[in-house]
Ligand binder design. Structure first.
Ligand code: SAM
Length: 436
């Protein structure tokens, strides 16, 4: 080894060739369109990934190691190096590449921030294989009743299924770490496997509930809407309930109780009434939503583009409950006009209902009704807001600000990821930009 390993960068290098190969195999790199390796170091895993994935992206913070990797792979079109802190890597440009696999023997000093950066939605990562301290892997994979069950288990498992693959002893590394390591696989929890709930509220409740593990939750959580007894009765639990006694599904039920969300999830109502319009956007009658969509009747909708102070546009990923384009990416907020409602009033209502914000909007484009807009006459509005958005979980799965050029590249590479009406709106906005 040519240099002294840096403890601050969690540099414990894998020496065991068999284990390195086995870990690389777990991500099934052969023919994968894109694999990211975090912290390649001297390339223990890299040598079993390069040449197998179509594109391999290496992210390394250490200056000397990054130089060595650049030298090693400089003539390889299929291997790219990004020199810097993995938690600063802009994941948003990777959406254009489609689903991405992530792998790494993570620096233990930075394990949790790296997990948060790569796995918090929205993320293009569709599968991850990571090595971390065994104690952290135990917590990530733990279920209710396990000794390691903690807030971390719930915060990760609300989005990911975690599988413990193998324990690796200190003797596999140089320098040897003081504790065992383990390899885990993370795969996304299927959409709809949990009922919808307010993720921000869930995070807050879980963190409060586990803030003093042995204390009863009644003393740690905010007052329940109809009192504590009604809450524990609804959950079928004792009043002396502790955080570790609730499974993920029960924590979701608890969050929904705080939200006052007592009904089963359902998609949009086919009976909701819309104005039906003629080819000149003049109202000619009213019909229920189901009929408007089934017969392709012309009707009205508003899309709102919310920009932050950096000129980035907030995109929403539509909820899996939507009848059209479920899980497709869409304008910041969008919706049909209610009967007799103006476009401006609908824009303000949608911002409030979908994103939980109030902001003035201005109309910047009229888009005619065509098959591509789903026979909607669309007014495109713009608004300014820096977030955070407190979005409605039955409408929106997740969302994020993107730079316009990232969206442009993403639409060009993968138009199938978007609701078609949004693509029309984005093109209209781009035309306006060219004219300004
Ligand atoms: N993959 C190599 C192996 O298995 O031998 C090295 C693993 S070592 C545990 C962690 C690696 O992550 C080191 O190369 C270290 O320099 C790098 N690293 C540490 N912090 C990082 C960060 N914030 N971003 C990217 N790489 C980082």
């Amino acid at each position: 080894m040519q240099f002294a390993p840096k403890k601050s960068l969690g540099q414990n290098f894998l020496l065991d060739e068999g284990i390195s190969r086995w870990i690389a195999d777990q991500i099934q790199p052969d023919g994968a369109p894109r694999v990211i390796e975090i912290g390649p170091g001297y390339g223990a895993l890299t040598k079993h990934l390069a040449g197998r994935a179509d594109k391999l992206l290496l992210i390394e913070k250490d200056d000397a190691l990054a130089d060595a990797l650049r030298f090693q792979f400089e003539n390889r079109a299929d291997v790219e190096l990004w020199h810097g802190d993995a938690t600063r890597y802009d994941m948003r440009s990777l959406f254009a590449c489609g689903p991405v696999k992530a792998i790494g023997n993570l620096p233990y000093s930075m394990g949790q921030p790296i997990l948060r950066h790569f796995l918090s939605p929205p993320t293009p990562v569709s599968e991850a294989v990571f090595m971390l301290q065994k104690e952290v892997c135990d917590r990530l994979a733990a279920k209710c009743g396990d000794e390691s069950f903690s807030a971390l288990s719930l915060l990760v498992q609300q989005h990911w299924q975690v599988e413990m693959l193998r324990v690796i002893p200190p003797s596999a590394f140089k320098p040897r770490p003081r504790v065992d390591s383990a390899v885990i696989r993370l795969t996304p929890r299927p959409a709809g496997s949990l009922p919808v709930f307010d993720r921000m509220l869930f995070d807050r409740l879980v963190r409060s509930g586990f803030s003093q593990r042995r204390k009863q939750m009644k003393k740690l959580l905010p007052p329940a809407p109809d009192g504590w007894d009604a809450l524990v009765t609804a959950l079928g639990k004792q009043a002396t309930l502790r955080a570790e006694e609730l499974s993920l599904e029960e924590w979701v039920a608890l969050t929904r109780h705080y939200e006052g969300r007592h009904d089963e999830d359902r998609g949009q109502r086919a009976t909701e009434m819309f104005d039906v319009v003629d080819e000149n956007n003049q109202v000619i009658g009213q019909s229920p939503r189901g009929e408007v969509h089934a017969k392709g009747l012309r009707h009205r909708a508003v899309h709102i583009f919310v920009f932050n102070k950096h000129g980035e546009l907030w995109l929403q990923q539509r909820s899996h409950l939507k009848d059209v384009h479920p899980l497709g990416w869409d304008s910041s907020a969008a919706g049909h006009l209610d009967v007799g409602e103006s476009y401006t009033a609908a824009a303000a209502r949608e911002l409030k209902e979908e994103l939980g914000i109030e902001a003035a909007t201005e109309c910047i484009a009229d888009i005619p009704a065509t098959e591509r807009t789903g026979w909607e006459f669309v007014e495109l509005h713009r608004a300014q807001h820096n977030g955070p958005m407190h979005f409605a979980p039955d409408e929106i799965a997740c969302g994020c600000f993107f730079r316009p050029e990232q969206i442009q590249g993403w639409i060009a590479a993968r138009p199938q990821d978007f609701a078609s009406g949004f693509i029309e709106c984005f093109r209209a906005w781009q035309l306006i930009q060219e004219l300004v």
